[in-house]
Write a protein that binds this ligand. Structure first.
Ligand SMILES: NC(=O)c1ccc[n+]([C@@H]2O[C@H](COP(=O)([O-])OP(=O)(O)OC[C@H]3O[C@@H](n4cnc5c(N)ncnc54)[C@H](O)[C@@H]3O)[C@@H](O)[C@H]2O)c1
Length: 418
């Protein structure tokens, strides 16, 4: 067993967190039971790079229960929880991650996981896939395939595939209905406000909240801001999404205009340079910016540092910046994912669905791919039966029953003569 973590002695606190989420992740518990009996991952090495907190740790334990030799790292230097990493090491898994890793350390941890020569890759944002292709091409033939968790990672995979650079199949977990409809919308919606609220301890009601991007995540963030009593403004680049936001009852305008009126700014676009120097200079005194998109390139924090005359730690995880015009703006968690770098991520029940899709997609790869032999198509949708199975499991776990079609109804829906 190998590891590179901050402090192994923290394991008890991490284990307590894992037990708490396990209580609230019935789908993964069912899969743990199934995998423990069948050992479908026996003899396989699984490399995983996902925000390393308790829910991810439980996914790692479920895969390990299925016989996988786990090599684990985080997917963002600020979202790794050191006690959770310690608990996984205590349980015998190989972990390379710590909170606040420098860029060099983060890159080394990704490399250490890849150097284990994985057969299955579970990625969140594309760092493992990118690194193995660019730095360890000799290990590529040993990979059966992988699963990608998030929208930004999928965009990178599609770009790689377009240039025929992707050399093993990747299942697009984010695109499953049971992932993005719930995780991106309700998960991000709730956890972003949890992160902002616990970090700022300020009232949201009566304030103007600017949400940049009205995709699945943006819809959730806007919906919950409205629920907290905010006036919500949406900025978009897609005309259809902009109209959707308008019809949902939100104001729509350009960022440069919204910059003048917003109290809170949340970027969730997956795009870079969404809030830049010219926007900061228009902001009201005391405006608070944060990001919920995957990478820390949406709020131009480097640009803000450059133009500001002074910066200071305003509160735990909040930096203040005084602008040349005398006003101050604040940034939460250095512009990294606010719900993970300033919170505990999505609620457990949400990640239960997302990670059930992950676990079942990994199982699907094991059943349908063979080491070194490619499946042909390199970007693979989550099979519909997996999506359905997870929805049925989730309904059952919540004690909900739904109707089933009668034979006559099925004939009616599928025919054209009546
Ligand atoms: N914080 C989290 O826990 C979490 C969870 C899931 C996804 N994500 C990440 O959040 C980001 C968004 O994911 P999504 O699933 O909502 O994607 P999405 O594709 O559904 O939505 C993104 C939206 O942003 C818009 N957009 C793009 N560039 C823009 C710009 N410059 N200004 C304004 N709008 C712009 C697009 O038109 C689109 O409507 C991705 O980076 C994704 O990886 C974060």
């Amino acid at each position: 067993m190998a590891s590179e973590i901050r402090n192994a002695a923290l394991w008890e606190s991490g284990e307590m967190k894992i037990q708490w989420v396990k209580q609230n992740m019935p789908l993964l518990r069912a899969l743990e039971e199934e995998f423990s009996a069948d050992k479908p991952f026996k003899g396989l090495r699984v490399a995983l790079s996902v925000h390393l907190e308790a829910k991810t740790a439980y996914l790692c334990k479920v895969l390990a229960a299925g016989g996988a030799e786990m090599y684990v790292t985080g997917s963002n230097p600020l979202s790794t929880q050191d006690d959770v990493a310690a608990a996984l090491v205590h349980a015998g898994l190989n972990v390379f991650a710590w909170h606040g890793a420098t860029e060099e350390e983060y890159g080394r941890h990704i490399s250490r996981v890849i150097e284990a020569a994985p057969n299955i890759i579970i990625d969140d944002g594309g760092d493992l896939v990118h690194t193995i292709h660019m730095k360890y091409p000799e290990l590529v033939p040993g990979v059966i395939g992988g699963c990608e968790e998030t929208t930004t990672g999928i965009l990178r995979l599609i770009a790689m595939n377009r240039e025929q650079m992707l050399k093993f199949p990747m299942v697009l977990v984010n695109n499953a209905d049971c992932k993005h409809l719930f995780d991106n919308r309700y998960g991000t919606g709730q956890s972003v406000w949890d992160g902002i609220n616990r970090t700022t301890n300020l009232i949201v009601a009566g304030k103007k909240v600017v949400v940049a991007g009205y995709g699945w995540c943006g819809k959730g963030v806007a919906m919950r801001a409205k629920g907290l009593g905010a006036e919500v403004i949406v900025t978009e680049i897609d005309p259809v999404k902009a109209l959707e936001a308008m019809m949902d009852g939100f104001e729509v305008m350009k960022m440069n205009k919204a910059a003048e009126v917003g109290d809170f700014f949340v970027t969730v676009t997956g795009c870079n340079d969404v809030i830049t120097e010219k926007d900061f200079m228009k902001m009201k005194d005391g405006a608070i910016c944060c990001n919920a998109g995957h990478f820390d390139c949406e709020v131009d924090v480097a640009g803000l540092r450059k133009i500001s005359v002074r910066s200071w730690q305003a509160r735990n995880n909040i930096m203040g910046y005084e602008l040349p015009n005398g006003r101050s703006v604040y940034v939460i968690a250095e512009g990294r994912l606010v719900n993970l770098a300033a919170g505990d991520g999505h609620p457990a029940e949400i990640m239960d669905m997302s990670f059930a899709i992950q676990a079942l997609s990994a199982l699907w790869l094991v059943k349908h791919g063979t080491k070194g032999r490619m499946l042909g198509n390199m970007v693979v949708s989550v099979p519909e039966e997996i999506d359905k199975r997870v929805a049925v499991m989730e309904l059952k776990s919540r004690g909900l029953e739904i109707d089933t079609l009668t034979v006559d109804q099925e004939r009616y829906l599928n025919g054209w003569r009546e």
